[in-house]
Design a binder for this molecule. Structure first.
Ligand code: PEP
Ligand code: MN
Length: 350
């Protein structure tokens, strides 16, 4: 891997299945600058009856990987017992999975068990799109003197079938970076994408969005994996992927040249805000007029015409139909709110 890509790279199988599978996978990763070799020992399965992880025995397999290949090793912990077992094998890092981050009792139990062990911890985002829960889990660890903490963006559960297994909700990751610029944020394209084919574009996106690293699931024979077979890639596929990624380096000259375009964009943003304010002022007048003439606030026909005409106009100028529609609907919704006399104020915030 080129040194200008990421500061951390974590890879290894979704689950430790057999000693030979773990060692073969590590063998394939030899030569890559892994920060950690990963493997799930206790697997949080959505439904019972499937492979639920090899259990404590797998920890000694990870220790063999460290001894034979020199990779630091890590696994997921979900209970105080797991933390004790991980500490007993001197694991170099543990991570808290998405199904645990969601539960403050679980995080509390893990934080208490970790206190005094000195083990670094990475916290995956919770399964539901709740930034505060993610930040809260990190704060619980900090309150128990966990000093080395990282975060993993693995996407959020969705009911509908989408392109991704877990919806990335990029804005949450951006908000996370803003709230905790001191915590390294890495991306887990395997669990976001859910398919091997999506790992490369997501990894490139991780570079474009300035993530600090990647956690990618690799398996010596992905098709035969006992868990997450569709999204695991072979170690050599990971090597190839790292070779095709385009690095993004901060460059002062480029940033300077960019500032002209950014200034223009800021001017447009300022004008947009002013125009929106003027539009809302008109909504207020229209609302008052309708009320004084006892007429309905919502005029469905006028709304349908306005929506159709503006979406068409937007599409003709090159906007995406989804964006054009969403934007006009948002404007209309806000206008209705204003006409109903529901002006934004602090009491609106639940
Ligand atoms: C995993 O990393 O194998 C895992 C179970 O992840 P998540 O908690 O993101 O589902
Ligand atoms: Mn997995």
């Amino acid at each position: 891997m080129r040194s200008d890509l990421f500061t951390s790279l974590i890879s290894g199988p979704c689950s430790a299945e057999t000693l030979s599978q773990v060692l073969k996978t590590a063998e394939g990763l030899k030569g890559l600058p892994l920060s950690y070799f990963r493997a799930g020992i206790w697997k949080p399965r959505t439904q019972p009856g499937a492979f639920e992880g090899i259990g404590d025995e797998g920890l000694s397999w990870l220790v063999s990987v460290r001894e034979q290949f020199g990779f630091p090793i890590c696994t997921e912990v979900a209970t105080a017992e797991h933390v004790k077992a991980a500490a007993a094998h001197q694991l170099d890092m543990v991570w808290i999975g998405a199904r645990s981050t969601v539960n403050p009792f679980t995080v509390q139990e893990i934080a208490e068990a970790l206190q005094g062990t000195g083990i670094p911890v990475m916290v995956k985002n919770p399964v539901n799109p709740d930034l505060k829960l993610w930040l809260g889990a990190i704060e619980r660890l900090e309150r128990h003197q966990v000093k080395v903490i990282g975060a993993i963006h693995r996407g959020f559960s969705v009911y509908q079938k989408t392109k991704y297994r877990n919806n990335p909700h990029w804005q949450i990751a951006i908000d996370f970076k803003q709230a905790r610029p001191d915590i390294p944020l890495i991306m887990d394209p395997s669990h976001i994408g859910g398919r091997a084919a999506l790992i490369a574009p997501l990894a490139q996106q991780a570079l474009d969005l300035h993530y600090d690293g990647l956690m990618v699931e690799t398996h010596c024979t992905p098709a035969a994996a006992l868990t997450d077979a569709k999204q695991q890639i072979s170690p050599s596929e990971l090597q190839e992927l790292l070779n095709i990624l385009e690095p993004r380096t901060p460059n002062d000259r480029i940033l300077h040249d960019l500032s002209e375009l950014r200034d223009k964009m800021s001017l447009i943003d300022a004008s947009l805000i002013e125009l929106l304010q003027e539009r809302m002022e008109l909504s207020l007048q229209i609302g008052a007029f309708k009320r004084s003439h006892n007429t309905h606030i919502l005029q469905v026909q006028r709304w349908e015409e306005t929506l159709k005409a503006n979406v068409e106009k937007g599409i003709n100028t090159g906007l995406s139909p989804e964006f054009a529609e969403q934007f006009i609907k948002m404007l209309h919704e806000e206008s209705i709110r204003i006409q109903l006399g529901l002006l934004t104020n602090k009491s609106d915030e639940a």
